[in-house]
Design a protein around this ligand. Structure first.
Ligand code: SF4
Length: 199
């Protein structure tokens, strides 16, 4: 079976998943998107409002920053990487769905088999985790993201570079934030592992 077909089958399975309570508040399952042969796999924590509305990952303000990092920094179209989250439905604080939160342990436990299968199918050269929750899951660590960012780890033999979540950068100075330099340093490490020339 081709990678495309395997991912389509998995996407279909996720589309009506009821395995955790997020199924009761979501509008859309946000499976993930990108190149099945991607060298770099970006992993965030969960969909926000715009992602829940559209079914696409990282399309809000944080997504715009990630897209700039990929297209202006790495120098490849966003469609050439793969982007997904550790949970596929939007975690919110209440049924009104006004405020996002990090996924809880039960939600992560129920959902991450989808992500693990995506990684198994795509077999990227490097994984970049964005923020604390995805880093904790992928690297099985309790260390905070500000301490662990940039330190290479491993997931089932695949190198992992943890970095800050774009929304954290936006909350701490946005485009003028010195944190952007930290993220870029981490991204350059991922590019070197993936064999992508650094400009
Ligand atoms: S978050 Fe994951 S496990 Fe929970 S309902 Fe959505 S797809 Fe299923």
């Amino acid at each position: 079976m081709s990678k495309d077909l395997k991912l389509d089958t998995l996407r279909e399975e996720a589309s009506d998943c009821q395995a955790c309570k997020l199924a009761t508040t979501r509008n859309r399952v946000v499976f993930g998107e990108g190149n099945p042969d991607a060298k770099i796999f970006f992993i965030g924590e969960g969909p926000g409002r715009q992602e829940d509305d559209t079914g696409r990952p990282f399309i809000g303000r944080a997504g715009e920053l990630l897209t700039r990092i990929i297209e202006n920094g790495i120098g490849i179209p966003r469609s050439q990487v793969y982007i997904a989250n550790i949970v596929k439905c939007r975690p919110t604080v209440d049924m009104k769905m006004e405020k996002d939160r990090a996924p809880d342990k039960e939600e992560v436990a129920a959902c991450t088999h989808f992500l693990e299968s995506q990684i198994d199918i795509i077999k990227p050269k490097v994984i970049v985790t964005l923020g604390g929750p995805s880093t904790k899951f992928v690297l099985r660590t309790e260390e905070g993201i500000t301490k662990i960012r940039g330190k290479q780890g491993e997931y089932r033999g695949i190198p992992v570079i943890p970095t800050l979540h774009p929304s954290y950068v936006l909350r701490n100075g946005g485009d003028k934030s010195p944190l952007k330099r930290d993220v870029w340093e981490d991204i350059k490490k991922a590019m070197a592992i993936a064999g992508i020339p650094i400009p």
